[in-house]
Write a protein that binds this ligand. Structure first.
Ligand code: SAM
Length: 250
């Protein structure tokens, strides 16, 4: 079966194996049958974040029911590099944007963290997860970025293992050529795990700065001469990381 036969690519929350029959939820049924105007016999690709990607055929398309029958495996499961994005959450649309783009850029974990100057008190994890799934469907990604619950920065940093390179995007370092992210990452120690940390609109507090300065395996970096909004900073840092240390090399 050629790539051109595949009319859509969907995440399904079910085990995948040749011959399995899966009933789709109403939103996916609507997407396939009404938005894409597909019918019985149409070929799609499905993945579940764990079993790789499979071909599937729409085997039933009734008024209130749509089932697919799983065919052969197309790709074996692979996972994105062990890269986390820790960030102080921003308001709705820009938060969605961060989750989508971080997922497209291949982070394994999206972790909203509460910092001293963070203005947001609640995060809708389900909404972030929906963004991560949609991004995985579009980008041919086989795993889904995990959404970890909104946590205090100190607790999140305590969970970062000693061998995880922490890339601290520090607005106070903006424009310092010696802290430029590209040079810093090119000279970074070899590592298998990394986390990028982005602060809130108000930046990091003095106490947070002192803690981060003293932390081992923490790379303080500048994202150039301008102060970027948090969402721009996150995408910029992730792009630089993937280009210099990550999977843009492969
Ligand atoms: N209110 C802060 C100020 O005026 O200095 C700016 C905070 S900025 C909107 C939000 C976050 O983006 C910062 O905490 C930092 O993590 C990151 N950031 C933005 N511009 C940056 C730059 N040029 N270098 C490093 N990090 C930057």
């Amino acid at each position: 079966m050629g790539q051109t036969d595949i009319k859509a690519r969907l995440f399904v929350d079910a085990p995948l194996a040749d011959g399995a029959i899966i009933e789709l939820p109403s939103d996916q049924m609507h997407y396939l049958l009404t938005v894409l105007r597909l019918g019985v016999g149409a070929l799609i690709a499905v993945f579940n974040g764990a079993d790789g990607e499979f071909a599937a055929v729409i085997s039933q398309a009734a008024k209130k029911q749509c089932s697919i029958t799983i065919g052969a495996q197309r790709r074996e499961q692979v996972y994105c590099r062990d890269l986390w994005l820790l960030f102080a959450p921003v308001k709705k649309a820009r938060l969605d944007f961060i989750a989508q783009k971080a997922s497209e850029l291949g982070v394994r974990v999206i972790w909203p963290v509460r910092t001293d100057y963070c203005q947001i008190s609640r995060v809708n994890d389900d909404r972030l997860a929906a963004n991560a799934i949609e991004a995985a469907e579009q980008t041919e990604r086989l795993d889904i970025a995990e959404i970890w619950p909104f946590t205090g920065l100190d607790e999140a940093l305590a969970s970062c293992e000693d061998d995880r390179l922490l890339i601290w995007c520090d607005e106070a370092s903006a424009g310092h050529p010696s802290l430029n992210i590209t040079a810093a990452l090119a000279a970074a120690p070899p590592h298998d795990k990394a986390a990028i940390l982005i602060g809130p609109e108000g930046g990091f507090s003095a106490a947070e700065r002192a803690y981060l300065q003293a932390r081992n395996n923490c790379l303080k970096i500048s994202l150039g001469p301008r102060i970027l909004r948090a969402d721009t900073a996150a995408i910029s840092a992730l792009s630089c990381y993937q280009s210099i240390c990550g999977d843009w090399q492969s």
